[in-house]
Design a protein around this ligand. Structure first.
Ligand code: 4NP
Length: 168
């Protein structure tokens, strides 16, 4: 499971922390590997944004151990799920794939990249809004959306684990 945003210091590490927490609550930490990355490289090696860490901690999620990294083309082969926080992230992931595999469409040879919000049935939005240039309320909204979407995402993963697709 790879969550992707722009900087890998606000939204995607928040999603990683929330999903890690939910996965641990289900006793699945040994089965589901959770990671996050940014399409940009400005914050590689940095801790998550302090505002994101504080907001997450108040809801019981640990983020301080996470460090920023930039998404690599190999990630698109290695993870079963790649979940983008917004439309620009998704466009950048597709461009990254194309730059390494010019001949093939993204879905043909690699993990399909999707919006995380796709897992939120009540939502008509696609984007988890970028909270970086806003106030603390933006970080609470990010947590609200991510908590709900991750809940449905985990149900989807558990269903797949219980019902593996048949292979030839
Ligand atoms: P994130 O937020 O993509 O949720 O990690 C951002 C973090 C940093 C920047 C933009 C968005 N930035 O421009 O440095």
């Amino acid at each position: 499971m790879l969550f992707v945003c722009l900087g890998n210091i606000c939204r995607s590490p928040t999603a990683q922390a929330v999903f890690e927490h939910q996965v641990a609550s289900e006793g699945l930490s040994d089965v589901i590997h959770v990671d996050s990355a940014g399409t940009g490289g400005w914050h590689v090696g940095e801790s998550p944004d302090q505002r994101a860490t504080t907001a997450a901690r108040q809801r019981g999620y640990a983020m301080a151990h996470l460090r920023g990294r930039q998404v690599q083309a190999e990630d698109l082969q290695q993870f079963d799920y790649v979940l983008a926080m917004d439309s620009q992230n998704l466009r950048d992931l597709i461009a990254l794939h194309r730059s390494h595999h010019p001949a093939s469409p993204p879905a043909a040879s690699t993990t399909p990249c999707r919006f995380l919000e796709r897992y939120l049935p009540e939502s008509s939005e696609q984007d988890v809004p970028d909270p970086y240039y806003g106030g603390d309320q933006g970080f609470e909204h990010v947590l609200d959306v991510i908590e709900a979407a991750c809940h449905h995402l985990l149900a989807d993963v558990k269903h797949r684990l219980a019902n593996p697709e048949p292979t030839l």
